[in-house]
Structure formats: C-alpha cells, structure tokens
Design a protein. Sequence first.
Length: 197
Amino acid sequence: MTFKPFKHPLFDKLNTKRFILASTSPRRIEILEQMGFKNVEVIPSNFEENLKKEDYEPKEVSKSKNEHENTVILAADTVVELMGEIYEKPINKEHQLKNLKHYRDCAQPQHVLTAVVLLVDGEMDTMVEQTSIYFDETLSDEFLQSYVDTEEGLGVAAGYRVQLRGALMMKKIDGDYFNCVGLPFHSTFKLMEKNIL
C-alpha cells in the first residue's frame, strides 16, 4: 500500500539542510523512513562504543560530528536497565540466555532507555526516552533456549528483538514501542520540530 506524503513544515525545512543519521542501525533508518524522512544520509559515529562514556561530556562526543553549517545530525544509543544494572548487547549465546532468565525471574520491569542527540547548525539538544517492558514470568527455560537458538537477539541491546519473536516473551510494554526498536517515534519528532522549526 502506498501512502500520500505527510505534509508538515519540518519536512520542508529539512529539505534545505543536510540530514545525517550518525548510526548504521537498520531499525533507526527504518523508523526515520516511517516518519517520512527520505533524505537521510547515514554516516556511522566514529565514537568507540566500548569506551567509558562517563569520561566524556556529550558535547565532546558530538563536537567532531558537526563541522558544517546547514546540517542536522541525529544520533541515538539504546540500553536496557534492570534493577540498576545496564544490559547492552550480549557477548554470546550463554550470556544472552543468562540475561533472559534473569529478566524472567526478577519480576521487575526492564527500562529501555534511548538517548537522542540532535545537532542543528552546531547547536545541540538532547533527550532520553524510557519505555518499560514486563517479561512473562511463566516462560520455561526451554522456551528461552529456543529463542536463543534462533540467534535473533544477538547484536542488540538486552539480547532480544521486540519487533520480532522477542515479543513472545513480553507480557506488557508501557511507553513508546519504537523506543524498544531503537528510536522513540514521537519524542524524536518533537525534538526535531523544536530545534529545526
């Protein structure tokens, strides 16, 4: 099905600027396209992901990314927090299975946190979106092992994909579903509206 373009001043304004997504995440690219942004240039961030991020100020991390006027740069990073511990991408299947069992057994919601940085003509604005995920505590070890065996959740924060079979493990999601996929839909649009218009 083909939809007609969504008319909004933000799209007109962005057509006059270079729009860069500082990420190679296929999900973030898809979300921006679903929002209606078609002129997105993908340039991966050169920031080493395994550095201790707390040693850097956000402006230091993003300063080198915006050297040109008339440029919009959007960057995002997603982590999952549970009971004060951060869960990033699992290092292997064993690590993934251990984490999935912990999510199931702790009876607490996980918090998907996506930090979004927007630079418009050298001016930076940031936001963090939080979405809560409630795991199904009745899942068997065999079910979790079957999911791990698909290898679907390797390479993504927390070790599961909410937009695919990972959703079978979830009882409930509170907040922006797209945040769990990699980029909060509504708040990213609002951040862009605020800073570009």
